[in-house]
Design a protein around this ligand. Structure first.
Ligand code: PBG
Length: 327
């Protein structure tokens, strides 16, 4: 056969495959979501996310050391408060669970980078991501509380805030609030393209944040839409977002690629709880090879154009990179 192009020439052995590899990843790009809760001596496994735990403050450092030693670049903290109320006051209390966790974490393990999720659903008695007006989340008063929440996180030591609520105008409000208080250097990573998704199911069990009525479709995006996601990403950048996120990751890689093409800021992809749970369940049954599946999921996000990958599998991925299996 006369063939001028034989793509297999570049796949002949591992040396040449490594030479022409287009996507290289580093554990520094991995962000690990971590649940903290009130109480003592707690390290409880999340039933729908085997291998993932909720930690009380005294048990938090052990996990942080593990992550740091694995080379994982950053942690994203989620709080589970003892008490919830209508207005989610635990979210912006200076002695709230996330605020206390930050103080402890920054003191004990200062060489990790700490990001905090800014939202109200873990703190409201009704489980919605803001204050209610009738049965709907009231946008503008919620935005003010989100800005207060972000400020309280930064005052407690957060290195970066990540609003996940999907209210309109919250990035600008947070930017203004941080700037007015002298925190001009703290970046905002917005959950810009966040879909209303069944993939969040296990997280809501983990954080006890399922809405007590209705759903989140009046603020999170309709998964049929793509152009609307680009609008959200561009709006957030215009409001001052330093990084924009697409979430979930696996079924939304088209959005990672498209967003990456139209913005000049870094893009993050969040492989959410349902993605983790599905892989874990199949792996536990011996139906898939967990390491290889996780490696492909991770690399595909970077290949699609993400610079940051938020994943419950961060430590495993760091190990796969260290062992030369991916990256
Ligand atoms: C808070 C928030 C959620 C997730 C991240 N931040 C839940 C939701 O929107 O219902 C989901 C993360 C995951 O599923 O891993 N609003």
């Amino acid at each position: 056969m006369e063939l001028l192009q034989r793509p297999r020439r570049l796949r002949g052995n591992s040396a040449i495959r490594a030479m022409v590899r287009e996507t290289r990843i580093s554990p520094a790009s991995l962000m690990y979501p971590l649940f903290v809760k009130e109480g003592e001596n707690i390290r409880e496994e999340i039933p729908s996310m085997p291998g993932q735990y909720r930690f009380s403050l005294d048990r938090l450092p052990e996990k942080l050391y593990e992550l740091r030693d694995a080379g994982v670049g950053s942690v994203m903290l989620f709080g589970i408060p003892e008490h919830k109320d209508e207005v989610g006051s635990g979210a912006y209390a200076c002695d709230g669970i996330v605020q206390k966790a930050l103080q402890k974490a920054k003191k004990e393990v200062p060489d990790l980078y700490y990001v905090t999720d800014v939202c109200m659903c873990e703190y409201t008695s009704h489980g919605h991501c803001g204050v209610l007006h009738g049965h709907d989340v009231d946008n503008d008063p919620t935005v003010e509380l989100l800005a207060q929440t972000a400020l309280s996180h930064v005052q407690a030591g957060s290195d970066m805030v990540a609003p996940s609520d999907m209210m309109d105008g919250r990035v600008l409000a947070i930017r203004n609030k941080l700037d007015q208080n002298g925190f001009t250097n703290i970046p905002i990573m917005s959950y810009a393209v966040k879909y209303a998704s069944a993939f969040y199911g296990p997280f809501r069990e983990a954080a006890g944040s399922a809405p007590s009525f209705g759903d989140r479709k009046s603020y999170q995006m309709d998964f049929h839409n793509s152009r609307e996601g680009l609008k959200e990403a561009l709006m957030d950048v215009a409001e001052g977002a330093d990084i924009v996120m697409v979430k979930p990751a696996m079924s939304f890689l088209d959005m990672v690629a498209k967003v990456r093409d139209i913005v000049q800021v870094p893009v993050a992809a969040y492989s959410v709880s349902g993605e983790y749970a599905m892989v874990k369940a199949a792996a536990r049954n011996g139906w898939v090879d967990e390491d290889r599946i996780v490696g492909e999921m991770a690399v595909s996000c970077f290949r699609a154009g993400a610079q940051i990958y938020i994943t419950y599998y961060a430590e495993l991925i760091a190990r796969l990179i260290a062992e030369g299996k991916i990256g």
